[in-house]
Design a protein around this ligand. Structure first.
Ligand SMILES: O=P(O)(O)OC[C@H]1O[C@](O)(CO)[C@@H](O)[C@@H]1O
Length: 620
């Protein structure tokens, strides 16, 4: 699977198969001695004929990159964010507004010059050509020979995007029309369960991109008044983990006769989802018998492997397809999100979500860089990790309804840009791919914000809304609950940026010995996004903003942000382990073929008795 990577990449990754190695080097692999392994391979390579050196295409070799490096080490350390914030003219250039989204990046460690240098870098990296290539259907995912067209999933009916001579927008709307009709059938009660009961529960079985996006949108819509009214008494649950505990959690208190199971898997081969699909089929048939109508009335699928879904037993008319040019983590706008979310909230809500994403797509493809929200967010990401060295990045939505946004964006970004070679297979020599994480505010403030204020520097995104989905104004409180929440949204970025000096502590009468504990260094970057209210439309906007931020970063770094070979090795090893467990459990075979540590762990697991394996030292 990793065969496309050049030799240097393989050596550095350490992911080398051991079969072709000499016995002593194979031993080194089993012992986990990666350094020794690298030496053996280097020696073998040195003795072979020297390959002609290819000219590096790394962006880090350009004058534009070097200018940013110099700026990061020579100019930026001389000013603090607090000082930068005192310049109103600068601040005005760092506030951008589009379609009721207000982006404030004044609290970045950046000034006008930084932006100019980043724009020059973007030109050097052919950013805008790459964006055009993506949205027009070029096969930019070269390791899988695929186009990358999640934008086509939300294109208007009259748009045209061609892939291999086919206008994919027509196909997209064909599937959306079917989903609209099907969801209306189920919601209206025309489609009932096998025993004639109305379907009011939906369990969506999928993992990774076939779970995180739909769950994020579900959480965002749950408390949106329009979507909530459309949901009525329906329930949508997700079953992602192959852990049987997750089956319990997903089915608890649900009545199988009133439940529809939606199997969501692009490949329809993902082990976890297949196991859960079988488990859920058993759950249904156990309650209602194994007549064909149980599966036909209670199970549907969303997949690009329509044949696989049919083979599983799902009726063809209940399979909603999508295409290989939709990456799993970019698939929430396809049937993957459309089926569960339309069943729960009605197709209109899903359409509003798509139109929010479409608004950002159009802006992304056409707005000039200095006004282009995802481009600005992406360039500042590159600046923060590759030039200022901040490897992690946090996201704090100031609404509980975005509780799952950080987890979704974590997959979007980390699976996309967690790479070590460029699209040409050349090892990168700079930092790429931030560690993304986060929690809604204010909860995070009472958890990890101590570290954000006084420990490591972590650039933060603050996301807030002018209005609450659920406004409450208690009599007797100085401000509404929402204003109370948002007071924190405004306070935290300034606290991070400005910090608190020893003198300020002294002026407050803090005793001298306590001052070091109470000073804040400040100068901690953040970005604020302020929107009107969280609803289906703005949820779509947020999704597209962050999807495109990731693409911008990958384009600048020249990565292929649209493959995910890094998940394969663990999957392959799990298959070997699964076979061993089966042989040992059911045929009493010894554990073989693993290193001694794994062998021991497996034996403990199979024995089920954790305390028994450590034999006592014999007494002399
Ligand atoms: O939709 P599928 O094919 O079941 O894949 C699920 C997920 O597994 C991955 O391939 C790897 O974790 C993701 O990219 C994908 O979203």
């Amino acid at each position: 699977m990793l065969g496309f990577v050049g030799g240097v990449g393989v050596l550095n990754s350490g992911f080398v198969g051991s079969a072709s190695l000499k016995p002593e080097s194979r031993h080194a692999v089993l012992e986990g001695k990666r350094v020794g392994l690298r030496m053996v391979l280097s020696a073998e390579k040195a003795s072979s004929v020297e390959e002609p050196k290819k000219e590096s295409k790394l962006i880090s070799r350009t004058a534009e990159w070097a200018a940013l490096k110099k700026h990061a080490t020579e100019d930026i350390p001389l000013t603090s964010i607090k000082e930068l914030l005192a310049d109103e003219e600068r601040n005005n250039e760092m506030l951008v507004n589009y379609d009721d989204i207000f982006l404030d990046f004044t609290r970045q460690r950046a000034n006008r010059k930084t932006l100019d240098l980043l724009f020059k870098l973007a030109e050097k990296a052919n950013l805008q050509e790459k964006i055009s290539g993506m949205v027009s259907g070029e096969k930019i995912n070269i390791t899988e020979d695929r186009a990358v067209l999640h934008t086509a999933l939300r294109a208007a009916k009259d748009e045209k995007v061609m892939v291999d001579g086919v206008n994919v927008v027509v196909e997209v709307h064909g599937v959306l029309d079917r989903i609209k009709q099907f969801s209306e059938f189920v919601r209206s009660g025309e489609h009932v369960g096998a025993t004639g009961k109305r379907i009011v529960n939906f369990v969506a079985c999928g993992i990774g991109g076939s779970y995180l996006g739909p769950d994020f949108v579900h959480e965002a819509l749950k408390t949106d008044p329009i979507a909530a009214e459309a949901a009525g008494d329906r329930h949508l649950r997700f079953l992602a983990n192959v852990d049987p505990v997750d089956v319990k959690r997903a089915t608890m208190e649900l009545e199988p006769e009133e439940t529809m199971v939606i199997i969501i898997s692009k490949t329809f081969t993902t082990r976890e989802t297949m196991v859960n699909a079988i488990t859920m089929r058993d759950w249904l048939t156990h309650a209602m018998g194994d007549g064909a109508e149980v599966v036909s009335q209670h199970m549907v699928a969303c997949s690009s492997n329509v044949e696989g879904a049919k083979e599983f037993g799902i009726n063809e008319e209940n399979v909603f397809g999508f295409w290989d040019w939709v990456g799993g983590r970019y698939s929430v706008c396809s049937a993957v999100g459309a089926v569960p979310l339309s069943l729960q909230y009605g197709f209109d809500s899903f359409e509003r979500f798509l139109s929010g994403a479409r608004s950002i797509d159009r802006h992304f493809a056409s707005a000039p860089m200095e006004k282009n929200l995802p481009i600005l967010m992406g360039l500042l990401g590159v600046w923060n990790i590759s030039h200022l060295g901040f490897k992690t990045r946090a996201m704090h939505p100031y609404t509980e309804a975005l509780v799952k946004l950080p987890a979704h964006i974590q997959q979007v970004d980390m699976e996309s840009n967690g790479k070590h070679v460029t699209v040409h297979g050349e090892e990168v020599d700079f930092e790429v791919g931030e560690i993304d994480w986060g929690e809604p505010g204010t909860n995070g403030q009472h958890s990890f914000f101590q570290l954000l204020h006084m420990g490591q520097v972590v650039p933060c995104d603050f996301i807030g809304f002018c209005e609450s989905q659920n406004p409450i104004c208690e009599d007797g409180l100085p401000v509404s609950n929402h204003d109370e929440l948002m007071a924190n949204f405004f306070a935290q970025p300034d606290a991070l940026a400005n910090g608190k000096t020893a003198q300020e502590c002294r002026d407050e009468g803090v005793p001298e010995w306590l001052i070091p504990h109470k000073t804040f260094s400040g100068n901690r970057p953040s970005m604020s996004i302020l929107m009107k209210v969280l609803d289906a439309y703005t949820t779509g906007q947020l999704l597209a903003l962050y999807e495109h931020r990731t693409a911008v970063e990958g384009f600048i770094w020249d990565l292929n942000s649209f493959d995910q070979w890094g998940v394969e090795l663990g999957k392959t090893l799990a298959t070997t382990v699964r076979k061993q467990i089966s042989k040992s459990r059911y045929h009493n075979e010894d554990v073989t073929g693993f290193n001694s540590a794994t062998t021991k762990l497996l034996n403990v697991y199979l024995s089920g008795s954790v305390g028994c394996v450590f034999e006592e030292e014999p007494v002399e």
